[in-house]
Design a protein around this ligand. Structure first.
Ligand SMILES: [Fe+2]
Length: 259
């Protein structure tokens, strides 16, 4: 059984996008044309033991070993290890056929881990990057601490298909509403509340103003000491984001989001 093979074999109907969640803020997106894009894949246990007194051991199994990963575009939202993981990047076997994009601190990690410079594209809030049928727009994110001040989010869109907004790690800010100019159809958002990330209630507030069709919670599942209950996000959406559907994902299962 290989999740990478399942993803490669999965057929995406026209006008739709297929999404796989691999835990934390890690997702793979697939277009009807077969283009694969990844964001913030954390495919090791490298955060385990990173901070004394904080249990950052991995709870979600590694559903896809980095050696098997084969996507067209590998993106990161910022340079924290659960988002730009040097061990994941080091172990990639197909780094010579993939493109890499992220804010500058993530680009430095790409370079250090053996990605050739011609395959690295810097990203920033409000940038636009195109790879084949994929358009990526950078969005604002408010840094959650001073260890890396280059946080950002992304809007992913294949062709004229649905626009998927990934908040990345961010504290609550009215500036997040700048993404409304892209009219995202789907929002994938942190809800954990810990370490200055948006809580389920703050994420629902933002969703209620951006008004996507549906919102997917993430970044609450990976670490014992950074966990949250996604059902609270469901309740907060009902209170603060009328008309925005709660859409939980199961790790490693395809989710097809259509027009
Ligand atoms: Fe994070």
């Amino acid at each position: 059984m290989s999740l990478m093979r399942d993803i490669r074999d999965y057929r995406v109907e026209k006008g739709a996008i297929a999404i796989w969640w691999l835990g934390q803020n890690g997702f793979i997106f697939k277009s009807p044309e077969g283009t694969l894009a990844a964001v913030d894949l954390y495919l090791t246990d490298s955060c385990n033991g990173l901070h004394a007194g904080i249990d950052l051991s991995r709870r979600v199994p590694i559903l896809l070993p980095p050696e098997e990963l084969e996507v067209d575009v590998f993106t990161c939202t910022h340079n924290h290890q659960d988002h730009t993981d040097p061990e994941t990047i080091r172990a990639l076997r197909h780094k010579d056929t993939m493109q890499f994009a992220g804010p500058h601190p993530s680009c430095r990690v790409f370079g250090r881990e053996g990605i050739e410079s011609g395959r690295i594209t810097p990203a920033w809030p409000d940038c636009e990057i195109e790879f084949r049928d994929l358009k990526i727009r950078g969005t604002f994110a408010l840094p959650t601490d001073t260890s890396d001040l280059n946080h950002m989010g992304y809007v992913f869109q294949f062709g004229s298909g649905p626009k998927v907004y990934v908040t990345g790690d961010t504290d609550y800010s009215e500036l997040l509403l700048g993404v409304t100019k892209h009219s995202p159809d789907l929002m994938i958002t942190c809800i954990n509340g810990g370490f200055n990330n948006m809580s389920h209630f703050e994420a629902a507030e933002i969703a209620g103003k951006i008004k996507p069709k549906a919102a997917i919670p993430c970044h609450y599942d990976m670490f014992p000491d950074n966990a949250a209950d996604p059902s609270q996000f469901r309740a907060s959406l009902a209170l603060r984001a009328e008309g925005v559907r709660y859409q939980p994902l199961a790790h490693g299962e395809p989710f097809l989001f259509g027009p």
